[in-house]
Ligand binder design. Sequence first.
Ligand SMILES: NC(=O)N[C@@H](CC(=O)O)C(=O)O
Ligand SMILES: [Zn+2]
Ligand SMILES: [Zn+2]
Length: 439
Amino acid sequence: MSASGNVLIKNVLVYGEGEPTDLLLGDNQILEIGADLTASADTEVIDGSGQILLPGFVDLHTHLREPGREDTETVDTGSAAAALGGYTAVFAMANTDPVADTAVITDHVWRRGQDVGLVDVHPVGAVTVGLEGKQLAEMATMAAGAGRVRMFSDDGHCVADPLVMRRALEYSSSLGVLIAQHAEEPRLTVGSVAHEGPTAARLGLTGWPRAAEESIVARDALLARDAGARVHICHTSTAGSVDLVKWARGQGIAITAEVTPHHLLLDDSRLETYDAVNKVNPPLREASDVAALRTGLAEGIIDCVATDHAPHAEQDKCCEFSQARPGMLGLETALSIVVETMVRPGLLDWRGVARVMSERPAEIVGLDDQGRPIEVGEAANLVLVDPEVEWTVHGPDLASVADNTPYEAMTLPAKVTATVLRGRITARDGKVRPLGGER
Ligand SMILES: NC(=O)N[C@@H](CC(=O)O)C(=O)O
Ligand SMILES: [Zn+2]
Ligand SMILES: [Zn+2]
């Protein structure tokens, strides 16, 4: 059989299952799936032998730093990192400068993403004006704008005042949008820089107790219950939070949760060197938390993986631990960390990777063309993965402006070899193809 299409992927294992097959992709859609498909002259052919095809990844938690800190990341460079990491949609957090608390900013971020054309950059709107936790932002105008904001978060800050959070949940539920909470009771983390436990005590670092996260997870579950609203927990980091999410779901509360790749791999033993590349919010916890997060993700208690990709300038990282900014890069390494922590130990198969990195996040925010089954007629948002290749991380080689990867010099499994957004190749063999031409 032959038909004209833009891209033909040959001999690929769809979801890593069954027999290798071919896929022909047209503008937007998957046109054909079957054996021995042939291409017309202008079709780009990708040899998918030994590779796995998954729906394009969706990141509910990215910091792109535009506007305001373009010295660390821009929509341009962050989109490149996303495409190279296998993402076809990312949600850019609102803690920019100025804060994304009006439609002027959220629409701008959306349009910038579309102009670059590497990944759909969905703006996250702030819950409160200036992320100050006092006055609700105009969520309705942001939701109605070109950026069609569907997720709101004060991430970087907790919506700590319970009355403000209650009103935000009520408002969000009437608008049909999602509130994502950075769960950190600020009164319990004054001056905190590291997980409260034996390591921080020995190193003389001020502790960030698990209860600061867990008390907000429990509180917000109850507030969501009473408001009849949905609530999403950002960067879940403790075993206790996993238990609380499980409990709340059992009560019929509409709560969802994400975990970051770094909380699936790293623990606070990394802090021994006082290298602030390991400083992140919430902090790296203990090995027992890491184990509980992995099990929680495998069992579906934690819905998805979100990167919390947080670029920072060298001067904000290469300084005294207590002074350094929290956060780490994550977009280009996420798949490899998920393979290392979940696939290799047998906790997830490739179907499971599709679920936690694409299908569930798309469902949580209600994207109807992402995280879809790989079938004829569906949007061609896809990622091709080589599961056998290993690669060594080197910060300056990553597409981000900033270099703050905690995985420097680590050799990791699996690599994205191609990413396809609506039938167009956005990344292939480590190079991106933005709309304005290759750079
Ligand atoms: N995760 C972090 O440590 N930092 C994030 C903010 C956040 O996600 O809370 C940042 O914006 O740098
Ligand atoms: Zn946060
Ligand atoms: Zn964040």
